[in-house]
Write a protein that binds this ligand. Sequence first.
Ligand SMILES: [Ca+2]
Length: 311
Amino acid sequence: MINISKSIIISVILVCGSAGQMQAQDKDRADMKQKTENRISTGECEKAKDNYKIFKEIYGSDSELERKLAACGQSTPTSSVIPRKSYEPEMVYVQGGTFTMGCTSEQGNDCYGDENPAHQVTLNSYYIGKYEVTQAQWKDVIGSNPSNFKGDNLPVEQVSWEDVQDFIARLNSLTGKNYRLPTEAEWEYAARGGSQSRNTKYSGAYSVDNAAWYSSNSDSKTHPVGTKQANELGIYDMSGNVWEWCSDWYGNYSSASQTNPRGGATSGSNRVFRGGSWNSDAQYVRVPYRSNTAPDPRSYNLGFRLASSSK
Ligand SMILES: [Ca+2]
């Protein structure tokens, strides 16, 4: 570990003072941060702490790494094993920013009318579920499982928007936190990869098969959450598997720039849901595609993920 430390310090010294030194230092910092995050993601918490100690000596403290280190070992990090006994969701931090919501150029000619007009949206930072809420989490909070396809790591479905409000109220009572559904704008920004966006047609992938369980590859059923490719922010299944309720009333977009919008309408009859599902064709799992229905129906292809404004 000492040798590693020295080599990194030496490399930093060498690049300082030369042309492009800032880029080189930024890259070294990013590489070392990534190595620490990799240790965290594989559950090697002590090694991650050792890595961070060196990182901190060279580059100073990093609040994001400290937060992840504090959580290291408290939740199962890999996508294949989801914590089954905990109803606490794994949340991903989404750095706020400005993006273009709606029908953007990577969608080609596939947009539907209500994806227009594309418009600028600015969001505060927030957290969003790394996975769709699973049946294990639902059962831990509610005590029963309404889903059509049964499995602890499968996404919960057959839950109405109103059922979800009950789940959230109980979860918040259990945890003392303030979970909620994402707004439609928060959902889309996260699906696009937030500030890390590579402007892909589907969430985190140019290929629909890499991003999503959808009609052509799902074998007509849901699949365990986190088994397709994560997007730029490490979020899974925003395209496909189950559709996801959003908090907003459905309404038409405006061309005006907006900040923290709460939907196309301040009241209405239908709630938004997003992302397509296991029985959707590819055009419905695109990131800007919008759908809506009344708050009370339940469907075997409709679930949700959580959001929160603070940790
Ligand atoms: Ca989904």
